[in-house]
Design a protein around this ligand. Sequence first.
Ligand code: ADP
Length: 459
Amino acid sequence: MIRKILIANRGEIALRIVRACRELGIRTLAVYSEADEQSLHVQLADEAICIGPAAGNESYLRADRILSAAEVADVDAIHPGYGFLSENAEFAEQCESCNITFIGPKSETISQMGDKAKARETVANAGVPIIPGSEGALENDIIATKFAQKIGFPVIIKAVAGGGGRGMRIAHNAVTFAKEFQSARLEATKAFGNGSLYIEKYLANPRHIEFQILADRHGSVIHLGERDCSVQRRHQKVIEESPSPFLDKSLRNRMGKAAIKAAIASEYINAGTVEFLVDEKGKFYFIEMNTRIQVEHGVTEEATGIDLIKEQIQIASGNRLSMAQKEVVMAKHAIECRICAENPAMGFIPSPGRIGLYYAPGGHGVRVDSHVYGGYTVSPHYDSMICKLISYGRTRKIALDRMYRALSEYIIRGIDTNIEFLKAVILDPAFRQGEATTSYVEEFLSRAPKDLFDKKNQE
Ligand code: ADP
């Protein structure tokens, strides 16, 4: 039985986990860096232990310090959230060997699916369509160039250990390929300590559609429908929604079945996400599996009414899934905007600092997942996302109108944010008509009025 959980993360996801535990009557231990002492998750957890200085590699990435805190506080389980150690197979294994339940899949599954080239092979063997590309990593740029010529340009060069859009480059012809390959290798080595690369055919204007999976230890695997995450900037998601405006029932069924096949092929247990790219004709291809809770899990929760963090904890406790596939209904439409401390007028550069006046939106159909408040200082050490604003309602139009209303209510003074940018997208006819593909943001910015992000328009 799980009585106490250590939350090996920070920010809004740490707070989200504290809240789920409270409702389940489970005690929580927050671990935090010196920069996060004032964060809401630290204040709301039952216990808190400081594990080091602000830098991630001195605190949230220090498995030894986290496991010591777990030992001292005598916890039964660790929830890793997303990012940091959440997809680190070695950390999951260390938890397993310390007899602490890691709230996530088995360490073998994390390594198998964390290697994106291996993941492609695993799901392809199970009959899930993948994008034409290399089998495994490519040794050097000469071999890679030959392969790219064989499958035809444009191609996308990706890091085997990749994540967060890093270590990824598009090459349009053989002349630029070698240079792109080298720079992808450098970036991947720096970001992941692993410079292995593979290539895929680059699809023109696809949609990014992913399926939420739940699997228990008793052999049940279900999906909770899709999230459309096509609105991206530099391959990073900005707006997500569920259901996708593009999918019909038949395509949803086929993709859901493929996602379940991918989960079964990796002997998946707990919550996971199977990501696909979909072309304009509805042909879909697996790109990767994320073996953890996703940032955007809240849209699935609001669309289906299922609490994913609680399900994760129940599964890790050895319980059966609380619902069968036929009981999963996407009864609502939900949309999420990632609110970031950044300045769109200056190329979206991060804008850390102290928040002055702060007023978060509320009301019917609005959910605010955030660890910040008036007087809180946004640290330059971490990701710039400060809030996930979710709106939901019976139809997509209701959810969109509600999102615009909620964004308009939001007051965050003292730092710059992307709120005006998000408002402009929510009003944009192309987005409203459900036409956004992964090239949408670039295209939108190229036609947006020059003064859109001027300060005077934001006050
Ligand atoms: P990461 O793990 O770094 O997030 P993904 O493999 O999930 O990388 O891809 C992130 C995004 O990059 C996708 O949502 C899509 O916008 C783009 N992308 C990835 N692979 C391709 C491809 N083969 N063709 C076109 N776009 C791609």
